[in-house]
Ligand binder design. Sequence first.
Ligand code: HEC
Ligand code: HEC
Length: 247
Amino acid sequence: MRRSVTFISIMFSALLGAPLASHADGNPAKAETDSFAIARGGQYYDKWWAVIDADAPGQTHAAYPATGKKQGAATWRCKECHGWDYNGADGAYATGSHATGIKGIRVMAGVAPKVIAKIIRTKPHNYSKALLPDKALAKLALFVSKGQIDMARFIDSRTKKAKGDRGRGARFYQTVCANCHGFDGKKINFKTEKEPEFIGTIAQENPWEFLHKVRHGQPGQVMPALIALDVQDAVDITAYAQTLSVK
Ligand code: HEC
Ligand code: HEC
């Protein structure tokens, strides 16, 4: 759309013999903010191929342990080995169908993105440029360095309760999320009719995933990322969503 407007204005300027108006004039800055880059970076941590509209990898990742229960594309998601709580084997993925025994990425918070990018390009990760282009990698590395939060501060790991204010969360939920997910959280069913999965289901069963997605959005979907808000706002939304129906 913007391109065609520019094209038309060039045509007009050419016709009238007028000098082209400076693009800086009246145009908002187009430079990407760190918030945008980190929000996207968190989506690459998730199902990254959906963000760049690429094909999902077919093979199981070589670093995925033989004892693990997943295979194929799923094993290429950062979260599959390092967890939604970024704590790997020390977090929610210590046991269960996602257990791999692999460590988390918490200690990499604050480390230079370049160092992190190299870790992802090289062994044992080996994400090639063909899979994850440089621009995507830069955002992902920025997320690992600057976008991680200490989930334990915001979610009680024993009860899974979000340490937030439901009343405050309801304000955000009803004015932002409800537009797509419905006032009761049941407008979008993520699974099947028989075994439905709604906003409330994920908030209760996997609050770490929920909090990550509130901050970063859903890969390849129109869902917004609320990373520009305070973390506590996202935690409050999670606390409220934990009261929504799961059936
Ligand atoms: C199939 C499993 C697997 C996947 C998927 C995976 N990693 Fe890793 N990652 C590992 C293993 C194993 C290590 C530990 C390597 C070592 O210690 O030598 C590691 C280590 C790391 C480290 C260093 C942690 C530290 O404390 O030294 C970072 C950062 C990291 N991974 C980021 C990522 C990111 C970002 C992605 C997604 C692009 C990703 N990983 C996907 C298995 C995986
Ligand atoms: C513009 C529409 C839109 C808005 C606004 C929106 N979402 Fe979403 N959301 C989606 C879509 C579309 C999906 C993907 C659904 C699917 O995969 O079936 C999704 C997926 C999700 C998922 C992940 C489901 C899964 O199984 O992976 C969660 C959690 C979620 N949304 C929570 C929220 C919360 C909380 C808010 C408010 C902060 C919100 N969404 C706002 C459209 C939206």
